[in-house]
Design a protein around this ligand. Structure first.
Ligand SMILES: Nc1ncnc2c1ncn2[C@@H]1O[C@H](COP(=O)(O)OP(=O)(O)OP(=O)(O)O)[C@@H](O)[C@H]1O
Length: 443
């Protein structure tokens, strides 16, 4: 009888196959260990930060990367002798090859608007060089997940570098934020509500100068002083456990400069403005509350024509949703009271009819400062006149103001009259009758 083990060992075909299986298995183990080793090394040696598209810093980082790209192009093209050949080569080598475009409109100081194209890194991986180290940018889109608000697919930008350099991420985020803010320097950003969040609306506006809005003597300075005092006293409120918020109500006839003044004040403070229309379709108590809580830092919240939303008595408004808006009067009061928060909150409300407002709305804590901005006084008429025609025309300004004595003219109507006679102060005086006629017609 033949011994099986001797048979297999003596069989050359079998021993060759067995050897091959052995080699194959060995290679597979090696490959797996190499992969595991590489994963382990990656985990140990690399660090990364993921920035999702719904995070504020996403656009900041993309904008900052695009500026770096533009700087690198300039460095490569400039032939600047201070930039070494090696640095130029590095800058050139790391420029993103695949870029995406972001189109925006820019308003210049003279008021003109131009289109600007910004090249940001496109989908995929890119490398850039920052503070002497290489960083990989990986921009990925998740087509299966859509942001319901913007209908745009979710995206992420992941920055990866060696773990010993992890502190660089904080520097990048900080620099990207500062760069984004510097883009709006000297401008006022108007935000409007979009679902549960605030979004910039239109172009950032050139700041309006405070002295371009002419209020009655001392009125503007009084409000500015109050707001500045509030802003600089956060600690005082904190120590006394008082909610750090202040409400202002500007009331008076149409065209007296209420909105213009708030814009100019925001510009003077270097703040932005969040405009909220309480009659907006789909606005609910919860959304209103949420929006007031998440208003961007350094912004004034503006609730315009507050009487238009709640000019009935409290009970009626509580029971019936007003127009398409579902905000109830008690919902508005709750939102104004908010949760005790240490975050600064400044709310401006405007109305043409203070008498229609429920006393609960204008009680201290909700409205701390009420200011009446009325029709043009003699002081305002003279000031506006000399602002349009020059300080040397003070006498003519007096004559003009005397001719308007006893008539009711709004500052907006005055502005319209001066614009119509912009070239000639005498013509503004000669045609004062047409202004009076118009004002009487508008009564
Ligand atoms: N006191 C003022 N000084 C300078 N300009 C003014 C003044 N008041 C009104 N104007 C001009 O009139 C126009 C309308 O002003 P604005 O919208 O600020 O008035 P308002 O009081 O908010 O009006 P409404 O109550 O109808 O909303 C703006 O172009 C503004 O420049």
């Amino acid at each position: 009888m033949v011994d099986l083990s001797t048979f297999l060992a003596d069989n050359p075909l079998f021993s060759a196959g067995f050897g091959l299986i052995g080699v194959g298995a060995g290679l597979a183990v090696l490959r797996q260990s190499a992969r595991r080793g590489a994963d382990l090394m990656k985990r140990q040696l690399l660090v990364s930060i993921e920035i999702p598209s719904h995070d504020k810093s996403y656009q900041w980082v993309l904008g900052w990367l695009s500026r770096r790209g533009a700087d690198a192009i300039r460095a490569v093209d400039s032939g600047n002798k201070d930039i070494t050949w090696v640095r130029r080569r590095i800058a050139g080598a790391v420029l993103p090859r695949h870029v995406a475009v972001q189109t925006s409109y820019k308003q210049h100081d003279n008021g003109s608007v131009s289109t600007a194209f910004t090249m940001v890194p496109g989908q995929g991986k890119h490398i850039f060089f920052y503070q002497g180290i290489f960083i990989q940018v990986d921009r990925q889109r998740n087509a299966k997940m859509i942001d319901i608000q913007s209908a745009a697919p979710f995206e992420t930008v992941t920055l990866t570098t060696l773990s010993r350099d992890r502190a660089v991420f904080t520097d990048i985020l900080q620099e990207a934020r500062e760069y984004a803010l510097s883009q709006n320097e000297g401008r006022t950003v108007l935000y409007t509500s979009f679902g549960p969040e605030w979004r910039p609306f239109g172009l950032p506006r050139k700041r309006r100068l405070l002295d371009s809005v002419i209020l009655d003597q001392g009125v503007s300075a009084g409000i500015v002083e109050d707001v500045k005092d509030f802003i600089s006293n956060g600690k005082w409120y904190d120590e006394r456990g008082i909610p750090y918020r202040r409400g202002y109500l500007l009331h008076g006839p149409p065209g007296s400069g209420k909105t213009s003044f708030i814009q100019a004040l925001a510009g003077d403070l270097g703040y932005n403005i969040c405009i909220l229309n309480l009659s907006e379709r789909g606005l609910t108590d919860d959304r209103l509350n949420h929006l007031l809580t998440v208003a961007p830092e350094r912004s004034l919240v503006l609730l315009e024509d507050i009487d238009a939303a709640f000019n009935r008595n409290r009970q009626q408004s509580d029971n019936a949703a007003y127009q398409q808006s579902m905000v109830t009067f008690s919902g508005l009061l709750n939102a104004l009271d908010g949760v005790a928060s240490s975050d600064e909150r400044i709310i401006f409300m405007t109305t043409n009819h203070i008498e229609r407002l429920d006393p609960a709305l204008v009680r201290p804590g909700r409205v701390d400062v009420k200011v009446y901005l009325g029709n043009a006084t003699k002081y305002q008429i003279c000031k506006m006149f000399t602002r349009f025609y020059g300080a040397e025309n003070e006498k003519l300004a007096e004559t003009f103001a005397e001719k308007l004595q006893g008539h009711t003219v709004s500052t907006a109507q005055l502005q319209g009259h001066f614009v119509a006679h912009k070239k000639d102060a005498a013509s503004a005086i000669d045609n004062v009758a047409s202004l009076i006629e118009m004002c009487q017609g508008n009564k």
